[in-house]
Design a protein around this ligand. Structure first.
Ligand SMILES: Nc1nc2c(ncn2[C@@H]2O[C@H](COP(=O)(O)OP(=O)(O)OP(=O)(O)O)[C@@H](O)[C@H]2O)c(=O)[nH]1
Ligand SMILES: [Mg+2]
Length: 386
């Protein structure tokens, strides 16, 4: 697919002239000068300058043209994880530029996870399995919430001992209202590997690691020859006011919801159910006047955790009393999909739903190809080319 098929500022002829290979100009220019060495040097300098300006132009076109896609949704639904998958699948350097930074993130994630478990254990007066771990418990409970990662290595023995303790394990598996991140078990199980002096985060570690997004960021990708400008936003309530300036000329939106949040309270407002709050936000986005012609793609994410919760016997009807069906994966996902689609006031509006596991690169590869096909088709249709 060519850039000229993309709706937006660049028309076909502009796009094709920008695609002229800069390198092809060098022989053309050198042939305009007579054969002296000085002439050839000048020709080369001129050609280099033109190459540079064409490259800058191409970069500008990539920045400003292409399909504009926003990834929206509440906090912790997996927006940045999808972006990381795009970098892995379509970025020139994958996740390499950020790999080193994630070492500290992983260490901090582990500290926070154990702090949350210790809080849960103490709040619910759960006894430690091994009373000798009381000292480790005291060390972790004294830790400031703002503790920095330079303390991580000295905390490792306490974290390891506590994670192996049956009281902490009971807390992890039985206290549903823990304020703990989804990747806690993944990292706590891997503590020996990640505490190693030569530890370098793997792609999977980076996908599992959690850093809140605070500012909107723009990323340019070429997905199967289609140029995309993709925006990742911070999903916390207090950050949503920064989304609006990006709402003009949006070709597609991926709205992310975490299905696994059906039994969780909102972080900012614990009286509110997280998935209910997500439905309200989806209602605002799906019915926004600026998005009447925007392709709407809904990712009902974290299906792996959702499935685990159902398997553990957690009832959807306890949190969504209007649901009367069986508590199996198929029936409950159909119900939630229906609840989301119900939010669209325009009954003609197509919402393309995918059930996703955003940390699974294999699944995301298939889904991104499907989304790209849909976005391209809808884009061609809206630009009158189909
Ligand atoms: N198990 C599992 N974990 C997931 C999935 N999707 C995302 N995560 C994890 O959920 C956490 C939050 O994901 P992010 O991508 O940071 O969430 P976000 O929507 O960008 O959050 P904000 O930046 O606060 O808006 C990370 O630890 C991810 O690894 C999934 O499908 N399954
Ligand atoms: Mg994010």
């Amino acid at each position: 697919m060519e850039l000229s098929h993309v709706s937006g500022s660049s028309n076909g002829s502009e796009a094709s002239s920008h695609r002229t290979s800069p390198l092809s100009l060098t022989p053309l220019l050198t042939s305009q000068f007579s054969g002296t060495r000085a002439d050839q040097k000048r020709a080369k300098a001129l050609s280099d300058a033109i190459d540079k300006s064409l490259r800058a132009e191409k970069e500008r076109e990539q920045r400003e043209g292409g399909i504009k896609l926003l990834i929206l949704g509440p906090s912790e639904t997996g927006k940045t994880t999808v972006l990381k998958q795009l970098k892995l699948l379509y970025g020139q350097k994958g996740l390499d530029p950020e790999r080193q930074t994630y070492r500290r993130v992983v260490h901090l994630n582990i500290m926070k996870a154990m702090q949350a478990l210790v809080d849960g254990l103490q709040q619910h007066s759960i006894p430690l399995g091994d009373p000798q771990n009381a000292e480790h418990l005291a060390i972790m409970s004294r830790l400031e919430p703002t503790a920095e990662t330079d303390m991580f290595l000295e905390l490792v023995p306490s974290i390891k001992a506590l994670w192996a303790d049956s009281g902490i394990q009971h807390t992890y598996y039985n206290i549903t209202q823990l304020n703990i991140q989804d990747s806690a078990k993944y990292f706590l199980d891997a503590i020996d590997r990640v505490a190693h002096a030569q530890y370098i985060p793997t792609d999977d570690d980076i996908l599992q690691a959690r850093v809140r997004t605070l500012a909107v960021s723009e990323h340019v990708f070429d997905i199967d020859n289609v140029a995309y400008r993709i925006y990742d936003v911070g999903g916390q309530k207090s950050l949503r006011k920064y989304w609006a300036p990006y709402f003009d000329d949006v070709n597609a939106i991926i709205f992310m919801a975490a299905l696994s949040a059906y039994d969780q309270p909102c972080e900012e407002d614990p009286k509110l159910n997280r998935l209910q709050e997500c439905l309200v936000l989806f209602n605002e986005i799906a019915n926004h006047k600026l998005f009447q012609l925007t392709s709407m793609i809904l990712f009902l994410n974290k299906i792996d955790i959702f499935q685990r919760k159902l398997d553990a016997g957690s009832l959807v009807s306890k949190y969504f009393p209007e649901y009367r069906g069986p508590n199996d994966y198929f029936s409950t996902t159909v119900f939630f999909q229906y609840r989301f689609l119900q939010q669209c006031k325009d009954l003609q509006k197509q919402v393309y739903t995918h059930f996703t596991h955003a940390t699974d690169t294999k699944q995301m590869r298939v889904i991104v190809v499907a989304v790209n096909a849909i976005v391209q088709r809808l884009n061609l249709r809206s630009s009158g080319l189909l």
